[in-house]
Design a protein around this ligand. Structure first.
Ligand SMILES: Nc1nc2c(ncn2[C@@H]2O[C@H](COP(=O)(O)OP(=O)(O)O)[C@@H](O)[C@H]2O)c(=O)[nH]1
Ligand SMILES: [Mg+2]
Length: 217
């Protein structure tokens, strides 16, 4: 009897759904970004500061994933842009079909920029393509500078590493240069930016980065 490894099968199905999504995004000119980090690294805070900085006419939307609660969607809905919560009821990552379902009823032609906040986890989301144009990994200064070495997959696949909560650097023994060097050991071309959503230091650089990246698709 031939045994088909389940994980391989699920991933293949996801790859097919993700390819369809990617084609759909391309057809409608949607630039989709997959934000990945541990729980609490500041994904929602980053989106709050980002949405807050955008004019009302900006064609941006957010899908935010968590295992339970719509707390993040409630935080993000305050800025007036379309926001939907995806609750995975236990799954440790979003998959392409969850994204497709969550987009139902949205006019994709009206969206230029779609942020997807993944479930907090540095491992599982790495393997699930969501049809995004790029993955971005957040690492906060309270997590330890060795994390890129321990969780290489996501640092290898991400185009940008955002080092978050840099306002806390005076209070934690985190060597930011070592963190950057560790990320570059795994992925020499990874781009890196430093950011605090509390003081807004580095926020303009992030906003410029996303606009430039989107412009180039
Ligand atoms: N000091 C500091 N705290 C932050 C910053 N960004 C987020 N936080 C806090 O970190 C916690 C987790 O942030 P959240 O955005 O919910 O993280 P998520 O789980 O990745 O979405 C919250 O209490 C935030 O207020 C920051 O730049 N500096
Ligand atoms: Mg969040």
């Amino acid at each position: 009897m031939t045994r088909v490894p389940m994980e391989g099968k699920v991933l293949n199905e996801n790859d097919r759904a993700a390819a369809e999504l990617r084609a759909e995004f391309a057809r409608h000119g949607v630039f989709a970004v997959n934000l990945i980090s541990s729980p609490g690294s500041g994904k929602t805070a980053l989106l709050e500061r980002t949405l807050e900085s955008y004019d009302a006419g900006r064609r941006v939307a957010v899908l935010t994933g968590d295992i339970q609660t719509d707390a993040d969607a409630a935080r993000l809905a305050r800025y007036g842009f379309p926001v939907r919560q995806i609750t995975t009821a236990g799954a440790c990552h979003l998959d392409a079909r969850m994204i497709r379902r969550a987009l139902d009823g949205w006019e994709l032609a009206q969206i230029d920029l779609l942020f997807i906040e993944n479930v907090g986890n540095l491992v599982c989301p790495t393997s699930y393509d969501l049809g995004e144009a790029c993955k971005i990994v957040l690492l906060s200064v309270t997590e330890g500078e060795e994390k890129p070495l321990k969780y290489p997959g996501i640092f290898f696949k991400s185009e940008l590493m955002l080092l978050t909560k840099i306002d806390l650097l005076p209070y934690v023994p985190f060597n930011i240069d070592v963190a950057e060097a560790n990320a570059r050991t795994i992925h020499p071309e990874i781009q890196i930016a430093r950011l605090s959503c509390t003081t807004k230091q580095g926020l303009d650089e992030w906003l410029r980065w996303i606009d430039a990246r989107k412009g180039g698709q």
